[in-house]
Design a protein around this ligand. Structure first.
Ligand code: FAD
Length: 318
C-alpha cells in the first residue's frame, strides 16, 4: 500500500514509522532485524531504508604514495526493502538519491522496485561527498531531487527514458520528499527553500518527511509556511532522540539544526551517560506527545540502530 493511503486510512490518528540504516559492509541483514524486531509491536505501516553512496578513501601504497579508492560502506536498499517486506508484511520505503546515479541507473532501480511491488520511494538529492565540498551529480545524472521526482512521476505515466518503449507499463510509486523546518543549509533563506519544496510537490511528490528538529515550534511554523505557500500534502515529522554528549555538537554540524538551550543545559547537567540518555528520551517523549496531540499523520523515528531508546519512547507515546 502507499504511504499516503496509510495516512488516509488512519483517519486522523497518528501512526508510527521507523527509519533504518543498511548495515556496514560485512554485516548482515540480522542487524536490521535486531533493530526492527522489538519495534514491530508499535505496528509501523512502513519502514524507511536510507541509502548511502560510495565515498573515496586514500590508501597508502607500498611506494609510499596514496591511492584514491572508492568505497561503498553500506549495501543498497532494494534487497533490504524486499527482506523487510517479506519478514514483517509491512511496506518498505527505499531512499533514492541523485548522487552516484545516472538517469539510466535510476530507471533500472525503479524497474526492479516495481517488479518487487515496492511502491513507495523517498526521492532525495543526497549530500556532497566528504572530500568534494559541494554536491556534484553524475554525468547524465540528476542535479536536484525535483528531477528525480519528475523521473519517478514520468514512470508512473508509463514514460521511460528509452523512447523505444511506446507504451510502457505504468508504475504506481508514492513519492516522498525531504523538508527542512530549519531550512536546507544551502538555501539562501526559508522562502527560497520553500519555493523548491513546492516545486517538488507540483512535480508529483505525495508527502514530505522532515529533517529532525528538537523544538516543535519549528515544525509547526514550517507546516504553517508550507500551507501558506500552497503545499497541501502530509508533512511527517522526523524525530531523533539525542542520547550522547558528542551529539550536542555533531547533530548541529551534520544536520544544520538548533538544539534548544534548555535541552543543552539538561544534557550538560546529567552526571553520566545513562542519565544523558534518559534526558534525551524524555525530551523526545514530550516532543512526540505534543506532535501527536496536534494531529500529525505519523511520528517517524530515525532509529540509528538503537531500538532500546526508540522502544522506550514509543511505549510512552502510544
Ligand atoms: P533538493 O530538493 O534537491 O534541495 C537541495 C538544495 O537545492 C536546497 O537548498 C534547495 O532549496 C535547492 N534547490 C532544490 N531544487 C533546486 C533547483 N531546481 N534549482 C536551484 N536550487 C534548488 N541523504 C542520503 O544520502 N541518503 C538518505 O537516505 C537520506 N535520507 C534523508 C531523509 C530525510 C527525511 C531528510 C530530511 C534528508 C535525507 N538525506 C539523505 C539528506 C539529503 O540528501 C540532503 O539533505 C541533501 O543535501 C538535500 O536533499 P534534498 O532532497 O532535500 O535536495
Amino acid at each position: 500500500m502507499k504511504v499516503t493511503e496509510y495516512f488516509e486510512k488512519a483517519k486522523g490518528t497518528t501512526l508510527m514509522s521507523f527509519e533504518v540504516l543498511p548495515p556496514l559492509k560485512g554485516g548482515s541483514m540480522q542487524a536490521i532485524f535486531d533493530t526492527l524486531d522489538p519495534l514491530m509491536e508499535f505496528k509501523p505501516p512502513f519502514i524507511d531504508v536510507t541509502y548511502h553512496r560510495e565515498d573515496f578513501v586514500y590508501k597508502k601504497r607500498t611506494s609510499g604514495y596514496y591511492e584514491k579508492t572508492a568505497v561503498r560502506k553500506r549495501p543498497g536498499t532494494i534487497g533490504i526493502c524486499a527482506s523487510i517486506m517479506h519478514r514483517y508484511g509491512v511496506d518498505a520505503v527505499p531512499h533514492l538519491i541523485c548522487g552516484g546515479f545516472t538517469k539510466e541507473d535510476t530507471e533500472n532501480a525503479l524497474i526492479d522496485l516495481n517488479f518487487l511491488n515496492i511502491n513507495n520511494v523517498l526521492a532525495l538529492r543526497g549530500d556532497a561527498r566528504k572530500f568534494e565540498g559541494k554536491f556534484i551529480p553524475e554525468p547524465e545524472g540528476h542535479n536536484y531531487a525535483i528531477e528525480l521526482v519528475k523521473q519517478v512521476a514520468d514512470m508512473n505515466k508509463g514514460k521511460y527514458l528509452d523512447t523505444g518503449i511506446a507504451e510502457g507499463a505504468k508504475s504506481d510509486f508514492c513519492i516522498g520528499i525531504a523538508g527542512y523546518p530549519e531550512k536546507h543549509f544551502e538555501a539562501p533563506n526559508v522562502d527560497y527553500d520553500l519555493v523548491w519544496t513546492k516545486a517538488k510537490v507540483d512535480a508529483g511528490a505525495d508527502y514530505i518527511v522532515t529533517q529532525m528538529f528538537f523544538n516543535n515550534d519549528k515544525y509547526f511554523e514550517y507546516v504553517d509556511r508550507c500551507r501558506a505557500a500552497g503545499i497541501n500534502v502530509p508533512i511527517v515529522p522526523g524525530l531523533k532522540p539525542i542520547t550522547k554528549k558528542y551529539q550536542l555538537n555533531s547533530l548541529p554540524r551534520l544536520f544544520y539544526i538548533d538544539l534548544p538551550e534548555i535541552l543543552v543545559k539538561e544534557l550538560e547537567k546529567a552526571s553520566n551517560a545513562e542519565a544523558r540518555r534518559q534526558v534525551g528520551i524524555e525530551w523526545s517523549i514530550q516532543q512526540s506527545k505534543e506532535l501527536k496531540a496536534s494531529g500529525v499523520p505519523c511520528l517517524h523515528y530515525y532509529t540509528m540502530g538503537d531500538s532500546d531508546t526508540i522502544q522506550q519512547i514509543a511505549e510512552a507515546v502510544l
